[in-house]
Design a protein around this ligand. Structure first.
Ligand code: SIN
Ligand code: FE
Length: 295
C-alpha cells in the first residue's frame, strides 16, 4: 500500500450514496488496509444563522477543539458566557447524523457494530498553534488516547473541511502500521505490573489501560518525539479542499495535520468483531510482533 493507493476516491455528492455492492466491498478493503476513503465533493452545508460559528474566537484556548457528546447533548471547549456565545449544538448534531448516514451507505457491514464517539469542530488554524510535542498533530502519529483507553476497539474517524475561504486542509500520510511497529516497538517498555489498576484508581484513565492501549500510546509518543523519523519516514502530502470529506482509521494510518482551519470530525469505535479482516488491525499486528495477547 503506497502512493496513490493510500487515497481511495469515491465521487458521490450525496451523504446517502447510493453505493454499489462492489463499491462497498472495495471501500472496506481499502480502509482496513490503511487507505483514506476520500470524497472530493461531499459538502456539509451550514444554515444561514450558523455562518457566525466560522470564527476561532469561541474556542477555549486550553482545548484543541470544540467537542460534542451526543448522549448528553453537551458542548465543551467553548469560551465565553452562554448568553454571548452562539449555539454549536445544532450544527454538530446534524454533522453527526450525516456521518452516520454516510457510514450506513458505504460501510453497511459495520452497521451493527459501530459505536458513536464524540463529534468535534476544529475552528483554529493548525499551522503555528503552540502545543507540547505529544499534543502536536503536525507530527506524524497514529491516534491513541492517554485518558480514554479503547481496549482493542478501532478508531474510525470522518472529517469534512468546511473552510469558507477556499483553504484546504493539508495532511501528511506516513508509512504502513507494520513498519511503524517494526521501528518503534523494540524500544517500547513493557507496562509495569499493576500500572493499569493504578492509572484507573488515580482517574488518569477513565477505564483500564490495557497492554494494547499501553503500546499504542507508546508508539504515538515515540513517533512524535523522533524528529529524524518525522523528516525521513516514507510519507506523502495530501490536501483536502473545502467541501471534501474523508474517512480513515486513525489508529492504523500514520497521519499529521499540517495546515487548515474549520473542519468537522466524528469519531466512531468499531469492536474487533465488526472487522472484515481482523488480522489487519493494529491489535493483531502488535500481538504477532510481541508473541502474546494484549487484551
Ligand atoms: C489528527 O487527528 O491528528 C488531526 C486531524 C485534523 O484535525 O485534521
Ligand atoms: Fe491524529
Amino acid at each position: 500500500m503506497w502512493g496513490l493507493k493510500m487515497i481511495h476516491i469515491l465521487k458521490t455528492k450525496n451523504w446517502k450514496g447510493p453505493f454499489s455492492k462492489q463499491e462497498q466491498e472495495d471501500a472496506v478493503v481499502a480502509l482496513e488496509g490503511g487507505a483514506v476513503l476520500y470524497f472530493p465533493s461531499l459538502p456539509f452545508g451550514l444554515e444561514p444563522d450558523e455562518t457566525i460559528l466560522l470564527s476561532p474566537h469561541y474556542s477555549h484556548p486550553k482545548s484543541k477543539n470544540i467537542g460534542y457528546d451526543l448522549k448528553s447533548r453537551k458542548v465543551t471547549g467553548v469560551q465565553g458566557t452562554e448568553e454571548a456565545t452562539p449555539s454549536f449544538e445544532s450544527m454538530l448534531d446534524r454533522y453527526a447524523t450525516n456521518t452516520k448516514i454516510l457510514l450506513e451507505a458505504i460501510l453497511p457491514q459495520y452497521q451493527k457494530y459501530l459505536e458513536r464517539g464524540r463529534t468535534s469542530y476544529r475552528p483554529v488554524e493548525i499551522a503555528g498553534r503552540q502545543s507540547s510535542y505529544r499534543k502536536d498533530d503536525t507530527r506524524l502519529h497514529i491516534d491513541a488516547f492517554p485518558s480514554s483507553p479503547v481496549q482493542g476497539k478501532r478508531i474510525l474517524r470522518v472529517f469534512t473541511n468546511i473552510n469558507p475561504h477556499d483553504q484546504s486542509r493539508f495532511w501528511r500520510l506516513g508509512e504502513p502500521f507494520s513498519k511503524v511497529a517494526e521501528r518503534f516497538l523494540p524500544h517500547c517498555p513493557h507496562p509495569l505490573p499493576g500500572s493499569q489498576w493504578f492509572l484507573e484508581r488515580l482517574c488518569i484513565t477513565k477505564t483500564q489501560r490495557t497492554p494494547y492501549d499501553h503500546y499504542m500510546l507508546q508508539l504515538h509518543n515515540r513517533m512524535k518525539a523522533d524528529e529524524i523519523y518525522q523528516k525521513e519516514a516514507e510519507q506523502q502530502e495530501f490536501s483536502f479542499p473545502p467541501q471534501s470529506t474523508w474517512i480513515v482509521y486513525t489508529d492504523l494510518t500514520s497521519h499529521a495535520a499540517m495546515q487548515g482551519q474549520y473542519a468537522l470530525e466524528q469519531t466512531y469505535y468499531l469492536p474487533m468483531d465488526g472487522m472484515n479482516s481482523p488480522e489487519l488491525a493494529p491489535l493483531k499486528i502488535l500481538e504477532k510482533a510481541l508473541g502474546r495477547p494484549l487484551l
